[in-house]
Design a protein around this ligand. Structure first.
Ligand code: BG6
Length: 405
């Protein structure tokens, strides 16, 4: 599957927390790429909102600087950047007080956007969960919501089960379920979307996709970046809440779920839920937690987790690995190894499906066993490699060209 440009009508998108890491590093660059791909129609408004007292011109300057790395002669030109900046404006606003809400109303309900009843208005909550409730309440009290309103939230969605439920209730008291978009940006990656196509668009793998043939599955998301710039957030989250319970769980679901009856959001969600319900509680001795630290390089930026967060006693994990079991007919007995960490040697998101050995080696035990191995590289160098046994393997030689698909 390749990404498509789905035509949409002009819309308004308000990004709360527009000066923060998520907005600057992910959301706005992604919107810019969509703009370059022709996905964002004329008449659309993107409104950044945050507490910093910037003017629209100053915000655009910061943004232009941040988007330089997205410029690519084949995809996004400087002229397109200028065009994109024209649809972006900024409102200094405080989610917890009344500051700035009048100005936002003026843009959304008054002149610029017009108040067409069917114009989609999206509010992206790119802020901590403590602000979800206050933002939802003010959107309502300022009359900024109607049937075409959507809100977008990302993790962290609460801190534990009770706080996640409380947040759900808060949002549900202001919006219908269909208006609430809970985003996991991993699902927007083309290669992640392609996992479904690999599994359910081909006959090749599905008959083997079970504990009878699969020895184990490894899901690895290794990052080279550290936590610099996000110390407060990360100290409270750690790798478990930042990556494992969301991005890696989504990958696990896509790899392990049954085929949905159709490619439809609810059908896919239902199948993923079945995987999560079938997950056994992870045994504490099947979990490894770690922190990055490089004593040799002490003093360098962001090489020692504890130094970076300014807490020599921090026990927050920047690395986590665990072994999970899915208790259902398909997967009983096949372990899933999930691991993720920051400041690792290389950036690599990869899923390894390790097939079982052939039941008997006709080449004799001394030839060793060479189980098949499907490697799905999500980033970088996206692609799929299937390793098959070949004569050279028995003598320990490298796979000749053509032996890997
Ligand atoms: C975010 C995490 O959700 O995902 C970050 O908060 C992490 O800590 C990021 O760096 C990884 O996403 P990507 O798309 O860069 O692999």
């Amino acid at each position: 599957m390749v990404s498509r440009v789905i035509p949409v009508d002009p819309f308004d998108l308000v990004i709360f927390g527009a000066t923060g890491d998520l907005a600057q590093r992910k959301i706005l660059p992604a919107l810019f790429r969509r703009f370059c791909a022709g996905q964002i129609p004329e008449g659309t408004l993107i409104i950044g909102a945050a507490r910093s007292g910037l003017s629209s011109a100053e915000f655009r300057e910061v943004l232009a600087q941040n988007l330089q790395h997205v410029l690519d002669p084949e995809i996004c030109s400087p002229a397109q950047l200028a065009g994109f900046l024209q649809i972006v404006s900024y409102v200094p606003l405080d989610g917890k007080t009344e500051t700035g809400w009048g100005a936002l109303c003026e843009i959304l309900c008054g002149g610029q956007a017009g108040a067409a009843a069917d114009r989609v208005q999206v509010f992206y909550f790119s802020v901590g969960p403590a602000l979800f409730g206050p933002l939802a309440e003010r959107l309502h009290s300022y009359g900024l919501t109607n049937a075409t309103t959507r809100i977008v939230v990302e993790k962290p969605f609460g801190h534990d089960r009770a706080s996640a439920r409380a947040l759900n209730q808060t949002l549900a008291s202001h919006f219908d379920e269909g208006q609430i978009y809970r985003i996991d940006h991993y699902l927007g990656k083309e290669t992640v979307q392609n996992l479904m196509a690999v599994r359910f668009g081909n006959m090749l793998f599905e008959p083997l996709w079970n504990s009878q043939y699969v020895d184990h599955i490894q899901i690895t998301v290794a990052e080279t970046v550290g936590v610099l710039g996000r110390e407060d957030y990360y100290e409270r989250s750690g790798a478990m809440r930042d990556m494992m319970q969301n991005h890696l769980m989504q990958l696990l679901c896509l790899i392990a779920m049954e085929p949905p009856a159709k490619f439809d959001p609810d059908a896919v969600r239902d199948e993923k839920l079945k995987v999560i319900r079938a997950l056994d509680p992870v045994e504490p001795y099947h979990i490894v937690r770690g922190q990055y630290a490089s004593p040799q390089q002490a003093g360098n930026e962001d090489v020692n987790y504890r130094e970076t967060v300014g807490n020599q006693r921090s026990s927050t994990e920047s690395y986590i690995a665990l072994k999970a079991h899915i208790s259902n007919w398909r997967w009983a007995g096949t372990p899933f190894y999930l691991r993720t960490g920051k400041r690792l040697k290389a950036r690599s998101s990869v899923i390894n499906v390790m097939f079982k050995d052939a039941p008997h080696s006709i080449f004799g035990e001394e030839a060793g066993r060479h189980a098949n191995h499907l490697k799905i590289r999500l980033q970088p160098n996206e692609g799929i490699t299937l390793s098959v046994t070949y004569q050279g393997a028995r003598t320990g030689g490298d796979a000749p060209d053509g032996c890997a698909a």
